[in-house]
Write a protein that binds this ligand. Structure first.
Ligand code: NAP
Length: 274
């Protein structure tokens, strides 16, 4: 049996176990997906040592995504983003490498969620609101897929620093949000606004327009105020569960080498969320 898992703290509420286990069941794979919740000072050693415990792959979540970089050989995209959310012990267990391989599948989560909804990224103007972990992944993903990216963040310096690392990107604060949204084809909410206080939105309704595609990284609630108001403005909307699904699908495919059973994983995820 192959053991996969999620390492973070806390991980008790995670939706990944049912999503991945639905994928194993659909493909008839003999595998389990479990959670690990180490203290901060033990996390890097735990990630480094996963192969010694016979673990085949780990997802990494808050607050260890940056720390995980120290435990792995990071793929170039994970290195650029500065965070690892997927660790693959396969090459190490096969004796091909000395260290686990680290990936960032949040980036693919963004682009594959948009592709699922037939949203074109190449050549588009993308506005990423937020410059934390999700914002970094979204900015790199969209730029690599051919969009011109502007990052807007409450703390403007964080956005300008991120934009310096992303090809052809610009960054700033929230003062000119109305102009930025008006000029955008794609809007990604990568802030946590709308999660703990569902009545809040990162972008006022009167900024939204019908030529937008809006992806909200927030997945609880599934239908955020931003998505409700974007749909009312005629925009295409993509909820955060699609991003969560596709970061998991990408990890599943890295680990197993199989095409992930997307429908089964999506059904399990949505059943859990609803
Ligand atoms: P993070 O690193 O802590 O970043 C939080 C971001 O939200 C920062 O840009 C922060 O701005 C901004 N922010 C927080 N409160 C704000 C407010 N009241 N007004 C304006 N901006 C505010 O968090 P993260 O890991 O990027 O996660 C962000 C969200 O994405 C969370 O809801 C998380 O659940 C979600 N997420 C979803 C997926 C998925 O697969 N769907 C994956 C990753 C994350 P400052 O820099 O100014 O503090």
């Amino acid at each position: 049996m192959d053991v996969y898992g999620l390492i973070g703290n806390p991980v008790g509420h995670s939706l990944s176990p049912p999503m991945h286990e639905a994928g194993y069941a659909a493909l008839g794979l003999d595998a389990r997906y479990v959670t690990f919740e180490p203290d901060a000072d033990a996390a890097v050693a735990a990630i480094e040592g996963g192969a010694d415990l016979g673990v085949a792959g780990l997802n990494v979540t808050v607050p260890f995504k940056r720390d995980a970089l120290r435990a792995v050989d990071a793929a170039p995209l994970a290195e650029r983003i500065g965070a690892v959310n997927t660790v693959d012990y396969g090459p190490m267990r096969a004796g091909e490498t000395d260290r686990p391989r680290g990936h960032n599948t949040d980036a693919a989560g963004v682009t594959r969620a948009l592709a699922h909804h037939d949203v074109t990224v190449d050549g588009r103007e993308a506005l990423v609101v937020g410059a934390g972990g999700a914002g970094r992944a979204a900015a790199f993903a969209l730029a690599d897929a051919g969009a011109t990216v502007h990052v807007a963040n409450r703390t403007a310096e964080r956005a300008t620093e991120l934009a310096e690392d992303v090809p052809d990107a610009t960054g700033g604060g929230l003062d000119d949000l109305a102009t930025r949204v008006a000029a955008a084809d794609l809007l990604v909410n990568a802030t946590s606004v709308g999660m703990e206080a569902p009545e809040e939105t990162p972008v006022p309704a009167d900024h939204l327009h019908g030529d937008l595609a809006v992806l909200d990284a927030v997945y609880a609630p599934i239908e955020t105020r931003l998505l409700r108001e974007a749909a009312a403005a005629g925009a295409t909307t993509v909820d955060g569960a699609w991003m969560l699904l596709y970061q998991g699908v990408e990890a599943f495919e890295i680990w197993t080498g199989e095409d992930a059973p997307v429908e089964a994983m999506n059904a399990a995820l949505r059943a859990e969320l609803e």
